[in-house]
Design a binder for this molecule. Structure first.
Ligand SMILES: [Zn+2]
Length: 377
């Protein structure tokens, strides 16, 4: 039986409640449930993330809310620096990897009888929660910053969710939703640990697609850390089950405009401290002045010998163009990985015989307004 567990004060809570954090204010994790990977059976299952059924904490088949998401393509990148692959994790029903978390989180909500959810988002998580709420026939309200890309806002509304636009920073949006939560289920991709149970399947897929072998490193954009932490949880479970021999180095990328985790890494500080947004950035999906799960991000970075880098606005624009010329159309937040790969190669964090996977997180179609503006300047 899975329970919530506070890893700061060790208090446990039943998951059958609308609680989203511990009494001590910390985010909640899950107690380890029984998991295993029947590899031969998995090979013959449907090509979606529910193929790892025994590793996912949903008890009842009838609770599953799925749009056949997952098993996104893993393709070779054009690189001479090392064996570099791209995980096209925007090939999802809503156009971003957030469907991984939304599928598991809404399945859990349905399992415990939730009828209404609220969520705050820079756009993609909101679209995913709205879509899976629609599929589950659960009422949904999404809070977004007023600067969110128009495409994402339209998508949220189209799924029938109520949309609340909040002026000010991303943090103001979170403050607004917290005032509204009350007794309503907070389907937060940052606070609710069931979301990470979905994003961890990214690690399973990468490993399976490489022949049940872990890469040497994985590069991903990091704001609140839902991919970074999902990768950590997923690879750790595979390691604990002796499926892989090592946990890959987790290599995070932040925008120079807001990079509290990079600062901590670069200056070798013991904990992540708040950093105000310096200026607007194209990488709207990774603006996080202080990630909710800071302590766990530090643990993931330290345990995996991870590293962080930052990219400038020019780096992001270059990344978008370089990928587009290879036929890959992603939103600016995803494109950070292109120059990040170069930075990690230059600093010899990536070496010549490494196998590296970079995660592309959101479709370019999500940010048509911002990309159109970029083309005309
Ligand atoms: Zn606690």
């Amino acid at each position: 039986m899975v329970n919530y567990l506070c890893h700061v004060c060790d208090t446990t809570f039943s998951v059958d409640i609308t609680r989203y954090k511990c009494e001590c204010g910390s985010p909640l994790n899950l107690t380890q449930s029984e998991i295993y990977f029947p590899i031969e059976e998995i090979k013959n299952r449907d090509n979606n993330l529910w193929r790892y059924r025994e590793a996912l904490p949903i008890a009842n088949e009838s609770s599953i809310v799925s749009l056949n998401e997952g098993m996104t393509p893993l393709i070779p990148a054009s690189s001479s620096a090392c064996d570099h692959r791209l995980k096209l994790d925007f090939v999802f029903p809503t156009g971003s990897y957030k469907d991984r978390g939304a599928s598991i989180l809404l399945s859990k909500a349905r399992e415990i009888g939730i009828r209404e959810v609220v969520e705050d988002s820079s756009g993609n998580a909101g679209a995913a929660i709205a879509a899976y709420s629609a599929k589950a026939d659960i009422d949904c309200t999404i809070y977004c910053p007023s600067t969110t890309s128009a495409g994402k806002l339209t998508q949220i509304s189209m799924h029938g969710a109520k949309l609340k636009l909040i002026e000010g920073s991303r943090a103001h949006t979170t403050q607004a939703v917290l005032q509204a939560t009350g007794t309503t289920f907070y389907a937060s991709h940052n606070w609710n640990p069931f979301f990470l149970e979905g994003t961890k399947t990214l690690a399973f897929e990468i490993t399976e697609q490489l022949g049940w072998k872990a890469p040497d490193g994985v590069i991903c954009p990091v704001g609140f850390g839902s991919i970074y932490l999902g990768l950590y949880i997923g690879f750790k479970q595979l390691y604990d089950q002796k499926i892989i021999k090592k946990i890959p180095r987790l290599l995070g990328v932040q925008s120079e405009a807001c990079c509290p985790i990079y600062q901590t890494y670069h200056y070798n500080q013991p904990k992540i401290t708040k950093m105000a947004l310096r200026h607007e950035t194209l990488a709207e999906g990774i603006i996080s002045e202080l990630p909710v799960r800071s302590k766990m991000i530090m643990e993931a970075m330290n345990t995996t010998d991870g590293a962080f880098t930052i990219v400038s606005e020019e780096n992001i624009k270059d990344g978008i163009k370089i990928l587009a010329k290879q036929g890959i159309y992603v939103e600016p937040t995803s494109a950070v990985i292109v120059k990040a790969f170069d930075h990690f190669t230059q600093t010899k964090i990536i070496r010549g015989n490494d196998l590296i996977v970079s995660v592309l997180t959101g479709s370019g179609l999500k940010a048509t307004d911002k990309l159109t503006k970029m083309l005309s300047t």
